[in-house]
Design a binder for this molecule. Structure first.
Ligand SMILES: Nc1ncnc2c1ncn2[C@@H]1O[C@H](COP(=O)(O)OP(=O)(O)OP(=O)(O)O)[C@@H](O)[C@H]1O
Ligand SMILES: Nc1ncnc2c1ncn2[C@@H]1O[C@H](COP(=O)(O)OP(=O)(O)OP(=O)(O)O)[C@@H](O)[C@H]1O
Ligand SMILES: [Mg+2]
Ligand SMILES: [Mg+2]
Lengths: 255, 255
């Protein structure tokens, strides 16, 4: 029985996709079977792993709105041990279409249930909103990972995010817990980054020790369709996500 | 009769809020009366101008879902000539609540109509999605301004954004046109930024000449509740938005 982790933050551009992809690859690199679910209509995680967002066949959208088995849409990636449930272009319409579907918040949970036994870790990359796709991911997950960019505006939404997670825990998924906050795009030369770090560690005692530095190699990797471990394994970004994987595995007490 | 410009990009963290706030302040600095509408539930534009997201009183949410006059919610800011229609916390619920409201896509347009005569320029800061709030902004606007971060992942969504703008033009707002693309967070030292710039200028001939450099002063300004022109008027970021304002005014043939 594996663990499902939703990577969530409604603030845009804070490193959700980069964290989901890089962490998934780091965990697969340790011999774990990992599934990455791309629940963002932008399908950035799908293209960052070199896959094309599904046009014709069934994908996540068809499993949420229809009854298509998600397992049929799962593809292997270039990284051994890492599979992907790609986003489909129609996913953008799912937020509105799901509004009137029965048990709308549980569609993703139902779609993932048949796959749970196959993977040690399932990561869900979420869009920058707290709409029905993100609520579906929170209802399907055991834990939440919150990337926070070391910038002022990224702090603002954390209270709202915590409230939403609490609402989901009370109404949809009692076992949901916050695994932790990961500081991203950290530039230690600026006062702002250090101030934000101090503020975050002060308010959230489950902030990971590993901090992801700002590193241009991380932003280049998606254009090659490769996770950072395959694009530039010795870069500061790759090493930081390796440390994060170590910390996470220690906490999860996974091999 | 003023011009209404929606600042839109579903990709998160590309500089929509920073562009809307900085441009609004630069235009107000030239003696124009400017209204900034914060249509993002994160209410970043509201706090970047030193205001608090409205808790009790009526704001944009009440004008979209109810019949409250938006003019009652407009506040003056520290920048002379710049008014703000603040976001309200309930705005997060508007995407779902608007789904079953009559003429749901035109609620923002109706709310802004009584205010049109008072402002030379109205800028609407949008959330990182193509949901009903953004569609409302596109239906209410004459023009669209698209900030694009000089990064690979930011390129991916432009085709989807263009399609959505075309759909709105055909079904909701025939006079909508794209004013242009603004490259943001541009770090000329990286190949990636130069490649993205070449790609964008190649595909979109209405890309502004003015490019906004990556500048930590821009990301510090919101923590002081000030637009960059008041926080650090001689910074590279402030000067870049001044040039952008010049270019925009030339194109709009405004004084
Ligand atoms: N540590 C880092 N250093 C430098 N660039 C980074 C880093 N992490 C992410 N990036 C880049 O910053 C941009 C935003 O990151 P990313 O797309 O992962 O954020 P996101 O939260 O998934 O965005 P969205 O809200 O649109 O889903 C991307 O262009 C990415 O390549
Ligand atoms: N030119 C710049 N140089 C450095 N930092 C910048 C620049 N423009 C914006 N930022 C910072 O980058 C982050 C993202 O910018 P901003 O919040 O304006 O983007 P956005 O597109 O409005 O995000 P969202 O999608 O969440 O609405 C913020 O922390 C902001 O302060
Ligand atoms: Mg993403
Ligand atoms: Mg914004």
């Amino acid at each position: 029985m594996g663990v499902t982790i939703a990577v969530v933050n409604q603030k845009g551009g804070v490193g959700k996709t980069t964290t989901a992809v890089s962490l998934a690859a780091a965990l697969a690199g340790r011999g774990l079977r990992v599934l990455l679910v791309d629940a963002d209509p932008q399908s950035n995680a799908t293209s960052a792993l070199g896959q094309a967002a599904i046009r014709g066949e069934a994908g996540l959208y068809e499993s949420l709105v229809g009854d298509q088995a998600l397992g049929d849409a799962v593809v292997a990636t270039d990284t051994p041990g890492l599979d992907l449930a790609p986003a489909t272009l129609h996913l953008a319409g799912a937020e509105v279409e799901l509004v009137s579907v029965m048990a709308r918040e549980f569609r993703m949970r139902r779609a993932l249930e048949p796959l749970a036994g196959r993977y040690a870790v399932t990561l869900i990359d979420c869009p920058p909103s707290l709409g029905l796709l993100t609520v579906n991911a929170l209802a399907a997950a055991h834990e939440v990972l919150i990337p926070v960019q070391a910038e002022y505006l990224a702090l603002e939404g954390l209270a709202h995010l915590s409230q939403t997670i609490e609402l989901v825990r009370r109404n949809l998924n009692p076992e949901l817990s916050v695994r932790g906050i990961v500081l991203t795009m950290f530039d230690g030369r600026t006062n702002l980054a250090r101030e934000v770090e101090a503020e975050v560690r002060n308010h959230f005692d489950n902030t990971f020790h590993s901090v992801i530095p700002r590193s241009v190699r991380l932003s280049e990797a998606p254009s090659h369709g490769l996770p950072i471990q395959r694009y530039d394994p010795r870069s500061a970004g790759a090493e930081a996500y390796e440390r994060l994987a170590d910390e996470l595995l220690e906490q999860l007490a996974l091999p």
